[in-house]
Design a protein. Sequence first.
Length: 283
Amino acid sequence: MATYHRPTDLTEALDLLGTSPLTVAAGCTDLYPTTQAKSLQGDILDITAIASLRGITLDGAGWRIGAATTWADIGRADLPPGFAGLQQAAREVGSVQIQNVGTIVGNLCTASPAGDGAPCLLTLDASVELRSTAATRVLALHEFLTGARQTAARPDELVTATLIPASATAGTGQFEKLGARRYLVISIAMAALRLQTGAGRITGAAIAIGACSPTATRLPELETALTGLPLPDAPRTVTRDLIARRLDPIDDIRADRDYRIDAATELVRRGLANLTVAKEAAA
């Protein structure tokens, strides 16, 4: 018979994880749908009672989002404009019920190519903190996500937080998503953007695409091409080639490869246009 563990202390959780294989559970909004059996197999480690794993805090190094922090927590938080894309994504994940229990770290650990959190966090230069009884280590998000449904976490490690450096929160974020409907949908393509501007020009850009490769992907060539441009010129600078060179989309029931690349290109243009309108309105 499977054993269900729900510790209230992180040390106890890590001790349990280091003793025997466990399935880590938080919101379970991905865990249950991906389970082929009628019930979860093996022993379960529920981390939702560990108070230290929930919440968003700021210190001298930057922002820390605890592993049990829900999408609703993120959507309601008082955060700088650089987080706007992540907060937009938080308000579009699943349904309100899913947002209330689903966690951002759970979204990363599931490592779905269509996970909404990864593109936004890539534009924020995010890292993940992994802890075991032996050590704590930090991996950049692009190093943590190693493939579709694959991460670099070891069996005895628990992802305890997402870390975002203060320097990566400058500017304004934006999130664009294409699916068959607005909510309760697996994305066909996603674009996350964060722009820094000054004197009507782009002084820095961070852009990532999701659902178009085994893992979400930054677009450094496009970021370089946009830097220095006047804001109104940005959308028409986005070409299909600049988008496609970093992507490796699949053909599936939702869309084929070419459509996904076209969609990603349009979403980036749309995101830039929306950011331009917002900047002009604030001027």
